[in-house]
Design a protein around this ligand. Structure first.
Ligand SMILES: Cc1cc2nc3c(=O)[nH]c(=O)nc-3n(C[C@H](O)[C@H](O)[C@H](O)COP(=O)(O)OP(=O)(O)OC[C@H]3O[C@@H](n4cnc5c(N)ncnc54)[C@H](O)[C@@H]3O)c2cc1C
Length: 303
């Protein structure tokens, strides 16, 4: 049985402009941004790791916020929107923590995160459910690379004491390990890519394939680079585990040479992906994919 939060919820519940009030390094490649906005007092977050979609505009533009159903005001195209995880929410302080994986300065989000300091702003729209606990599951398997790690760690913090849990966290190298707060019966494995980029190794899928699933019904959740997560999904299916959700981020590819020359210095180039592939319960299902810069038909959606 999946928790009652599975009921339909409009998206976005809240939109606005948030201000960075704090920034701190968690690891060499992970930075925590504390964002503040009056709407965060009643953001409507119900589950760990909910998605907040953050937006930026190019220099000289004004950011257009989406309306319900991911519609934009007439004549205002969608700008640069990317999905992030609500790592922590403090309604009383009107604050949300978002952890950014600093993967360079080619992407719009990463370029902003590389430079943004307190006082900077970003648009927001959300939240959206990402993880729903299956109350019948005897055990839980979580698998993620760095872009899924904030959700994985947030989920771990809420699992019940003693609940058998295997967490596989793929990281660039051992400097990316983070402190973990978890009351569950946790088997946490940090899987280093040995300095190689995300999506170029099979470490996560291999680790899932090598597992002997614990007895009883289990649930699996994952999030990370598309190629890596496809391997994870195959291994989870082969083990006969119910996949609560396994998200694929856009494939991490080398940007074209001309995009590299135009490295971000305020306004970001938008190198395009050959495709944006998502799982069956992903953003694509609900008619919108904020991580894609392709134009799309907007429609009202719910979770
Ligand atoms: C549900 C969901 C939750 C997410 N939560 C988080 C989160 O909490 N924290 C977080 O940091 N990200 C998270 N992401 C990923 C985030 O939405 C962006 O995809 C990511 O930040 C890259 O965006 P960008 O604008 O920097 O790069 P893009 O413009 O999307 O890509 C430009 C180029 O950057 C490079 N690139 C892109 N992504 C990566 C990567 N992961 N590693 C190395 N190089 C890369 C590639 O060369 C790519 O061609 C989440 C995604 C989803 C779908």
């Amino acid at each position: 049985m999946v928790a009652a939060a599975a009921r339909a919820r409009p998206f976005p519940l809240c939109t606005g402009i948030a201000t960075v009030v704090r920034r701190r390094a968690l690891t060499p490649r992970m930075a925590r941004f504390t964002l503040q906005a009056p709407a965060f007092a009643e953001l409507g977050v119900e589950q760990p790791g909910e998605i907040l979609t953050l937006g930026w505009c190019d220099a000289g533009e004004e950011l257009a916020l989406p309306e319900r159903g991911w519609r934009f005001p007439r004549g205002r195209p969608e700008q640069h929107w990317r999905n992030f995880t609500v790592r922590a929410h403090r309604p009383e302080a009107m604050e949300v923590d978002v952890d950014f994986f600093l993967h360079g300065d080619l992407g719009r989000a990463a370029a902003w995160a590389a430079r943004a300091m307190p006082g900077e702003t970003a648009g927001f729209a959300g939240p959206r459910l990402h993880w729903l606990p299956d109350l019948d599951a005897a055990w839980t398997l979580l698998a993620a690379d760095e872009t899924g790690l904030p959700a994985l760690l947030a989920i771990l913090e809420t699992l019940p004491p003693g609940h058998r849990t295997i967490a596989l966290a793929e990281i660039q190298d051992d400097d990316e390990r983070q402190a973990v707060d978890c009351a569950a019966d946790l088997d946490l494995r940090w899987l280093s890519r040995g300095g190689r980029p995300p999506g170029t190794t099979g470490v996560l899928a291999d680790a899932v394939a090598a597992l002997t699933p614990p007895p009883g019904p289990g649930q699996a959740w994952g999030g990370g680079e598309a190629l890596a997560m496809r391997g994870v999904r195959d291994a989870v299916r082969a083990a006969g585990v119910r996949a609560a959700r396994i998200d694929e981020r856009p494939r991490v590819l080398e940007a074209p040479a001309d995009a590299r020359r135009r490295r971000v210095a305020g306004a970001a180039p938008q190198p395009s992906y050959p495709s944006t592939v998502r799982s069956s319960r992903s953003d694509a299902e609900s008619g919108s994919s904020p991580n894609s810069s392709r134009p799309r038909r907007c429609r009202r959606r719910s979770q």
